[in-house]
Design a binder for this molecule. Sequence first.
Ligand SMILES: [Zn+2]
Length: 393
Amino acid sequence: MARLTIYLLGGLSLGLCAATLAADKPSSTAGKSKPEQPALERFQWRDDEEQSFTVSGRVIIEAQDGGLLVLGQDGRLWPVEKPQLVSREAMNEPFRALSATALGKQLQAELGAGFDVVITKHYVICSSADRQYVQWCGALFERLYLSFYNFWKQRGVKLSEPEFPLVAIIFPKQKAFAEFATKDAGPDAATALSYYSIDSNRMVLYDLTAADTGLPGQKVDINQRLAAVPYNVATVIHEATHQIAFNSGMHVRKADNPLWLVEGMAMYFETPDLSSKNGWKTAGAVNDERLGQFRDFLGRSRKPDSLETLIVSDARFNDADQMPDAYGEAWVLTQYLIRTKKDAYVKYLNTLATKPPLVFDTPEERLAEFRAAFGEDLKQLDADLLKQVKRLK
Ligand SMILES: [Zn+2]
């Protein structure tokens, strides 16, 4: 089966945002995509630990070696290798996404007692956290959703409605989050503040405002709690932006999306606005934390070819030491391109949106695509970008 890669796009602070887990079992490259109006099929397979799975879904990719990338009706992607496959049968009906209600029931069955479901226009939130916090998150998600679509549609980006209800799982405390995250996405995710999983298509968060107030049993107003944890808004918006971007047709799940772009997009939206009612207003505000990260990098160790190394591979995002610098630089580059080369950026986004899953570009191809969009002269671009950054405040 084609490369199995799980992206975790996690929380904001401590530089713990993205981690691309090591590619597992590389084999053949991807095959061709399936045609429109796919049929529902039932797949049974056994993984390497002899665990059995039965999933109704559709095939996204059928690799030349017989491996499959299966999309479940809940939106989860399953890589299935040929030797693991036990059976595959047609269900004689078209593929349909689960309804929000059915998905909520499935989540409750998975997560167990104590989890309630809150359904909003586009989201299914399954949570055992404080109800007030969950409702605050739901309102923030919907507000972001509307802003994201308005922002990009006005700028000529081709977006579609999500095929699946957007799922968020919210735990009340870090401990329960970390236990779940370790099983769901591995130990790196457990140390993050939150993550969006490209495989499960779900956001997983915990109530960052639930830290002890020192007043046991006393109810503290949500706004007071939010004000006490300023990075809470940014963390929630960051993950929710990833999820919308991957469900609106902007990014293709498991395609070779450059991380500078994916993370830059989330950071372009994440900046909180604490003067606003729910702590967030719009995209594109100057992100003091990211700007600070970049200026620190600039004063310390930024190399003349930094832009190129950021663009040609995701390596700097996957190295713990270089990660904060890469994030700062990705934010700076993203806001620069959107502000000064908007049409080129939109064209580039639309190009990336056509990339098929599990086909990976070489560094040379990535660079060529970037140059085709934004110009050949990276040195000039870098100089212009640094000039603009100086003026930012
Ligand atoms: Zn991220």
